[in-house]
Write a protein that binds this ligand. Structure first.
Ligand code: ZN
Length: 364
């Protein structure tokens, strides 16, 4: 495909290096995107994201259409200028908000009724509307509207979600007018291999710039998640970028890359960080535990981020105990840095033919 090229492949796994070309630059895959739902990644500035080598983020089109609203963002020349981020932006369509009772009011074959979290108003999001919103925001890569069921739903309901997602996929393609933006389709199918296969085949056949595997990493077991990835990947064209939505823990990232995924997003590093969970090259720990009260160690001795160069565990432990927002900022920065550093190591290892070694080291 014109916008995506595969540069190298790992010999032992399905891992690969690619190049995704967008209106705001070219990015090497596999890559990870921090989540900036409301045009901010929470407790970390855009300048700091750049320091962590973040090259792409994902915002939420539906949320931004509620606040500040499309008129204001258009007035500033689009989402990039409004939020001062001149690198790559993805926007999600809003389908994912179906999983939240706070948002979901109901669905019809034409779209989703959402409740605004800001006031009592309801909004009907159709596939066409989801695309119009994202066209107006001007992100580089945009997502089709999908019907996202809980993985626990019965098979008949998941089959309905797949059917609905497919019908909406075609409507999204027809509604997409801003051709500078790459439109990705999303597959569904819960934890049912036959539905996953059906969805991967269908979405792959539609003229999307990339394919996302949706509706995973929402509470099902890791085993099921990778099983669903494995049944989907062989049905997707090699030359289309593949995006696994919602995955962002170090172990899952390495494994998913090995299973053939190119793109990731997750609020995991920042959300878990705000609960005091510190990601390190050797596993996680809880900074709120009393055992760190006197610790002069950095958050991670192997990490080169400014937090690890300048602050101790004791200090950050203290900030968490007195609920100072600075603690949340320092940990969010470190956790995103660590994930982006891991992605760089993954890409380097694939290029040098050492990915399997990195994968093994990591699982230890
Ligand atoms: Zn660090």
């Amino acid at each position: 495909m014109e916008h995506f090229q595969i540069l190298a492949k790992d010999k032992k796994s399905k891992a690969r290096i690619g190049k995704l070309k967008t209106a705001h630059g070219t990015i090497e895959t596999p890559f990870f995107m921090p989540v900036a739902t409301n045009a901010a990644a929470r407790y970390i500035t855009q300048e700091q994201l750049q320091e962590t080598k973040t090259e792409a983020i994902i915002c939420n089109g539906f949320m931004l259409s509620l606040k500040p609203g499309l008129e204001i963002i258009k007035e500033f020349g689009g989402i990039h200028k409004f939020m001062n981020w001149d690198k790559i932006i993805f926007t999600d369509s809003g389908g994912f908000q179906m999983l939240s009772e706070r948002f979901l009011k109901g669905t019809t074959e034409h779209g989703i009724h959402f409740r605004s979290p800001f006031d009592a108003r309801t909004h009907f999001v159709t596939p066409e509307k989801a695309i119009q919103i994202q066209n107006a925001l001007g992100a580089d890569c945009i997502m089709a509207l999908d019907f996202v069921p809980e993985y626990r739903e019965d098979k008949a309901y998941i089959a309905k979600a797949v059917k609905q997602t497919h019908a909406w996929a075609e409507k999204c393609i027809a509604a997409h007018t801003n051709k500078k933006q790459l439109l990705f389709g999303i597959t569904q199918g819960g934890i049912y291999p036959d539905l996953r296969k059906q969805s991967a085949k269908f979405i792959n056949k539609v003229d999307f710039a990339g394919v996302a595997i949706g509706g995973l990493c929402i509470g099902e077991s890791k085993e099921k998640m990778f099983q669903m990835v494995d049944v989907s990947i062989p049905l997707l064209d090699e030359e289309k970028p593949r995006y696994l939505m919602g995955v962002g823990s170090p172990r899952d990232l390495i494994e998913a890359v090995a299973h053939g995924i190119d793109i990731f997003d997750s609020c995991f590093p920042t959300r878990t960080g705000r609960h005091g969970n510190i990601l390190t090259t050797r596993g996680n720990y809880d900074i709120t535990k009393a055992k760190w009260q006197y610790s002069k160690l950095p958050l991670d001795e192997q990490c080169a981020c400014f937090v690890c160069k300048k602050y101790t565990r004791a200090y950050i432990h203290h900030l968490f105990k007195v609920e100072e927002a600075t603690g949340l900022m320092l940990v969010s920065y470190h956790n995103i840095w660590l994930i982006q550093d891991l992605m760089q190591k993954i890409r380097k290892a694939i290029k040098e033919g050492k990915f399997e070694k990195l994968r093994k080291e990591f699982s230890r």
